[in-house]
Design a protein around this ligand. Structure first.
Ligand SMILES: [Cu+2]
Length: 132
């Protein structure tokens, strides 16, 4: 596939994705100890999540067709002011689901990011808020 064709394909995919997915500011809330998260080019769905503190199981699927993705859960600011990764799934092939990761979440804000290549710059990031 030529670069231009690939770019056109990506833009078409984005247009469909943006048209079909409502408001990006929508918040997904759950009291349950399991989160099912879907990755694709180049999103994390749901993107804005609110959960209760405690042990959380992350079930993460790559629903994309081309790229590998992962999900990294990070604290926005560590001692040096940079994000610190708490845990991360394996690299997930298109159509596959990662072995679940389990994290004990304390109240606060966490970043959800795909750490592969520049996927975060392409929009593959989200926010996880932990509150009582
Ligand atoms: Cu990715």
């Amino acid at each position: 596939m030529s670069r231009l064709t690939l770019m056109t394909a990506i833009l078409a995919t984005l247009a469909v994705a943006l048209g079909g997915c409502g408001n990006d500011n929508e918040v997904f809330r759950t009291d349950r100890p399991i989160l099912r998260i879907t990755l694709d080019e180049y999103r994390i769905v749901p993107q804005n999540i609110v959960v209760k503190p405690g042990r959380m199981k992350f079930d993460v699927r790559n629903a994309g067709r081309r790229a590998t993705h992962n999900l990294s859960v990070q604290i926005p600011k560590g001692p040096d002011g940079k994000p610190v990764e708490i845990d991360r799934t394996n690299t997930i092939q298109p159509g596959e689901t990662a072995p679940p990761i389990k994290i004990t979440l304390r109240p606060g804000e966490y970043l959800l990011v795909c750490t592969i290549a520049n996927h975060d710059d392409l929009g593959q990031y989200g926010k996880l808020t932990v509150q009582e």
